[in-house]
Design a protein. Structure first.
Lengths: 829, 54
């Protein structure tokens, strides 16, 4: 899209950028974009026509039963191979990239070996049951009966502390399942995606390892050789799955040839189909040679990883790893024109967008509108510190404006050497209302990555967004194979429990430690120390559970494919999820965080400093959910200081809380012995938890939406403008006080129009960078457009907004979340 | 008995013609595509709604 075209766009159109996208994109991208079956749940419910895929459940279980005497990794490799060999595959008209997680384009993948609690949801989710319904339900019931009691989560539940598991799974303090079955994984991209090797090369490495180890197992008896027998079986599992994936790719090659030779009449399309066939005969067996092959390798890796497990995030750095192939094809060999390359880039995004997996209701409500957090990382630096932005960085930012998907989104690694041309492309995406890229401060986050975990600088510089926010290296010892962020805390419970002696009035259960009757607190210090105890308890119970889940995962779940594409596993013969060889990169995700500071500040000011109310009066009002105390409630809303206004009174409390958390984050350790810093962000947990958090001293009532998260001020509570927000946030040390800090900002699309708008935004970004913040993301959609979309959703199907660490189509999120976004302050620069 | 091998949708494997792919054209509400799944050549196809004799 040329700059001239952009400037000719009328103001009316600028509010409805999707029409511009439709006009500007190629017919191929237009077809493929509209061909996608929407898999993200609409306000928690799947769209009509979306069905759960029963082939995997049936084929996987069939093989699982046949191989009951095999150890888990081998058994799983055989079950996956059986599925890949027999599943239905398809090639969409006009597509150049192939591979899908389910079977047909409207299907959601389902993993019956993961969790019985999810299996029951599949059975009861009537809208996703394929026709004929009666037969499908009988099959699901039979599969559920078989797996009942032996899923990964069922097995974990038997070894966890009973009290911990009840509290963890209560749904009020944490958000996650401590298993690979429902999580995500980072990838060792430095091993598999640098164009140096294909799966046949890995098979050669494994053959060599087996040969070497077999010499030892046939040699001198002793304790050293005993672990080798298990490793031999693990390597066999890796061989099985790598061969199966090569065969799976060949199935696409064969189908493409059959279509070309028997069905296709258009010579141009026939040529494309034969190109797909050539690509899939080579990939993933051998290393890629061009952009299409490089994208195809990446896509196969992602698809198979999701055949193996529910992966709800997609850590990736596509401009960095595919950039050299773009350069070769477009600039050096002239094999592709820029427009042809843009088609491939756009399709790669669409292939990611269409992925669907059956998610339990709590994930559908917490991630409204999307399947998972596909936050792809762009920009940043090379391992030597030089600018890593390339022509493909620009192509991705341009393709995003053409395909306008809500998933994947981008997080852009800003650093001082980023060229103006690239910054302008980032800005154009924001101005087009995509809500992405989020802007990340690369120097701060590289330093943070080294500070918390000791990653060497060259490895820290490879970082990608592990999910929404947290940086993680893509290296042999740095990549993280399991979602340790299942230690996700509903942190507002810290202050709620400090004011309830640890008792949860919503679920009527003693959750946290008994820290004393708050009516007897004589000063703020007593309240604060109670808060510290509740904070430590909450972090500990989540981390204990996830740590155990991690070390038991190879025994209860098993990841042969992830292992086979990870250098440390290929080398060691261990499951990739084994903590051995991983440096550690854990964090506790802090949902609903800022309410802690605002609530503590409100009590300090109105109860202990000004003595306007007693603790007894406050507790009585909170226990009544503020009912009958509206005047008092409004006093706590209006006259207590609020975070985000550069007010030291509340900002110092925020920083003090974070320093306590950081201290504790160094006391608790992951299975690799490394730290657990906090990472405040929310996805749409602020809505999910609205009915699970009681009344608070910031004036919030049970059922009210919580703040939108991270370190963002409460919606409408930042009264002093954007600079004051930045100044409050800058009081936090973004290296030492935590892992990363999400900041939502809304800006006026009218004010930021054109070159003048870009100059203003750049000036804002300079302040942001100078103040050392690590993250900021923007919504640039005005209230009028959002309210029009609420009234007439059919006309605004393509309107995208930034929810939290992800974007979503506005019409796909619940009314409560929509209102919450509208309530956010539009800041003027 | 009518078998898959007699159908126009059946494409035998090059190295083993006792099996092959059942390839079908599908046009759903959003997109058109070709799908394939492996079948045995001598599968009973008498009840297959998509059977089309060669």
């Amino acid at each position: 899209m040329s700059t001239a075209t952009q400037t000719n766009i009328t103001n009316a159109e600028s509010k409805e950028w999707w029409w511009v996208a439709e006009r500007e994109r190629s017919p191929r991208l237009d077809y493929l974009r509209k061909a996608v079956w929407k898999k993200g749940a609409i306000g928690g419910n799947y769209a009509p026509g979306i069905k759960v895929n029963l082939e995997r459940a049936q084929l996987f279980t069939e093989s699982w039963k046949e191989n009951e005497h095999d150890p888990i990794m081998l058994r799983k490799a055989k079950a996956l191979a059986h599925y890949l060999e027999n599943k239905t595959i398809f090639i969409t008209d006009q597509a150049q990239l192939v591979g899908y997680v389910g079977t047909l384009p409207n299907t959601l993948e389902w993993y019956p070996e993961g969790a019985s609690i999810v299996n029951e949801e599949v059975y009861n989710e009537q809208s996703v049951i394929p026709e004929p319904e009666k037969e499908s339900l009988e099959l699901i019931a039979e599969i559920n009966d078989y797996w009942s009691g032996q899923t990964a989560i069922d097995k974990l539940g038997r070894v966890l502390d009973p009290e911990d598991i009840v509290k963890f799974m209560s749904g009020v303090i944490g958000w996650g399942s401590p298993t690979s079955a429902y999580g995500y994984s980072g990838k060792d991209y430095e091993y598999i995606l640098t164009g140096k090797r294909g799966f046949e090369d890995i098979l050669d490495d494994i053959d060599a390892n087996i040969e070497a180890v077999e010499k030892e197992t046939k040699g001198m008896p002793g304790p050293d050789i005993l672990p080798l027998y298990d490793k031999l079986l693990n390597w066999e599992a890796m061989q099985i799955i790598l061969d199966a994936v090569i065969d799976y790719a060949n199935r696409y090659a064969r189908l493409a040839k059959i279509i070309a030779e028997n069905f296709e009449t258009d010579p141009k399309r026939r040529k494309e189909l034969l190109q797909i066939a050539e690509t899939c005969e080579r990939i993933p067996a051998q290393a890629p040679r061009n952009l299409q092959e490089s994208f195809q390798l990446d896509l196969f890796i992602q698809v198979i990883a999701r055949a193996e497990a529910y992966e709800g995030a997609w850590p990736g750095r596509p401009d960095y790893y595919h950039g050299p192939f773009y350069d070769k094809d477009v600039n050096i060999d002239k094999r592709l024109t820029k427009d042809e390359a843009l088609d491939l880039v756009g399709e790669f995004m669409i292939r990611a967008h269409e992925v669907g997996m059956f998610g339990p209701r709590w994930t559908r409500e917490g991630l409204q509108g999307i399947t998972g957090t596909w936050v792809w990382t762009l920009g940043g630096v090379n391992q030597d510190g030089t600018d890593a932005c390339n022509d493909l960085t620009v192509a991705f930012l341009q393709a995003a404006r053409l395909v306008r998907v809500s998933n994947p989104t981008f997080g852009f690694r800003w650093h001082p050497e980023v060229k103006d041309e690239v910054m302008r492309e980032c800005f154009e995406c924001l101005r087009h209302g995509l809500g992405y890229p989020s802007m990340r401060n690369d120097p701060v986050l590289v330093e943070n990555t080294m500070y918390w975990y000791g990653h060497p600088i060259e490895e820290a510089r490879t970082w990608v967004h592990q999910a929404c926010m947290s940086p993680c290296p893509t290296t042999k010892h740095g990549f993280q194979p399991m979602r340790m962020a299942s230690a996700t805390a509903n942190t507002v419970k810290m202050v709620e429990y400090a004011l309830s002696d640890g008792y949860d009035r919503v679920v009527s259960m003693q959750m946290g430690p008994k820290t004393g009757d708050p009516r007897n607190f004589k000063d703020f210090e007593e309240l604060f120390q109670a808060w510290v105890q509740q904070m430590e308890w909450l972090m500990k119970i989540l981390v204990r559970t996830v740590n155990l889940g991690r070390v038991k995962d190879p025994e209860f779940f098993g990841r042969p494919f992830l292992s086979a594409i990870s250098e440390r596993s290929v080398e060691s013969g261990l499951d990739a999820v084994s903590p051995e060889g991983e440096r550690g990169n854990c964090w506790v995700t802090f949902f609903t965080w800022v309410e802690n500071a605002d609530s503590l500040a409100a009590v300090k000011k109105l109860v202990f400093d000004e003595k306007k109310y007693t603790m007894d009066q406050l507790m009585t009002a909170l226990e009544a959910n503020w009912e009958g105390y509206e005047e008092m409630r409004l006093d706590f809303v209006r006259n207590a200081p609020k975070w985000g206004n550069d007010d030291d009174y509340v900002d110092e409390i925020m920083v003090r809380c974070l320093r306590e958390v950081a201290r504790h984050g160094k006391e608790i350790k992951c299975p690799s012995g490394n730290n657990w810093p906090a990472l405040p962000e929310n996805v749409s947990g602020n809505i999910h938890y609205a009915s699970l958090v009681g009344a608070l001293p910031n004036g919030r009532r049970l059922g009210d939406a919580l703040y939108d998260g991270g370190i963002s001020p409460g919606p409408g509570l930042d009264k002093k403008g954007p600079t004051a927000v930045l100044k409050s946030c800058a009081k936090i040390d973004h290296v030492k006080d935590g892992r990363a800090f999400l900041l939502n900002q809304r800006m006026s699309p009218t004010q930021l129009n054109g070159d003048k708008g870009y100059t203003m935004w750049k000036s804002y970004m300079k302040s942001w960078a100078d103040l050392g913040l690590d993250h900021v993301q923007f919504n640039m959609v005005d209230d009028t457009t959002l309210r029009s979309a609420q009234k007439d959703p059919e006309k605004y199907q393509e309107l995208i907004v930034r929810v939290a660490g992800y974007s979503a189509h506005f019409v796909d999120i619940s009314r409560k979340t929509q209102d919450n976004i509208i309530q956010r302050t539009v800041v003027g620069l | 008995m009518t078998t898959c091998s007699e159908c126009t949708s059946f494409f035998p494997f090059e190295d083993d013609d006792s099996c092959g792919d059942c390839v079908q054209r599908v046009v759903d509400p959003r997109q058109a595509y070709h799908k394939a799944r492996p079948v045995d050549a001598d599968n009973d196809a008498s009840k297959c709604p998509n059977f089309n004799k060669k």
